[in-house]
Design a protein around this ligand. Structure first.
Ligand SMILES: [Zn+2]
Length: 151
């Protein structure tokens, strides 16, 4: 998914990483001759990239972000009968969600990433900001959706 660049920082090895609006970081190394990003070395070069976007592979893999999140109640509790669907448009920017299944089985569909995943009791699935999804109940399903905001 394309994510806006909010800033830049260095990791423990001194390599530059872009801080993305989703809460993930993405390395932007300059290691010629194979990786050429001379713009990242200078402050003016980095500044010229603010507001542009990178493809975030961590969002595509539904990885929980590295930056700090705070839980924002109330949780949405859902009870579905077999074959019921629960469609959800994407959470706002800066908001992550966790789908937790308490009982039963469901399929998770994220069409924009071509993800189909079976969810069972105890499973917790991260949903990145702005990503639409829907659940299809394979049995009677009980679960909850928790919201978290990047701080
Ligand atoms: Zn991301």
């Amino acid at each position: 998914m394309q994510r806006t660049i909010l800033g830049f920082g260095r990791d423990a090895e001194g390599d530059w990483a872009a801080r993305l609006a989703c809460g993930h970081n993405r390395h932007v190394r300059h290691r010629p001759p194979f990786i050429n990003r001379p713009w990242v070395i200078h402050a003016a070069g980095r500044a010229s990239w603010l507001g542009r976007s990178f493809d975030c592979l961590r969002c595509d893999r539904l990885e929980w972000p590295v930056r700090i999140l705070e839980h924002r109640p109330p949780d949405e509790v859902f009870n579905l009968d077999c074959n019921d669907e629960l469609p959800r448009s994407g959470a706002p920017n800066r908001y992550w969600q966790k789908i937790e299944i308490e009982s039963g089985r469901a399929m998770l569909f994220i069409d924009t990433l071509q993800i189909e995943r079976s969810l069972c009791p105890g499973s917790v699935t991260a949903i990145p900001p702005t990503l639409a999804f829907h659940l299809l109940a394979l049995t009677t399903v009980r679960g909850r959706i928790r919201s978290y905001r990047l701080i």
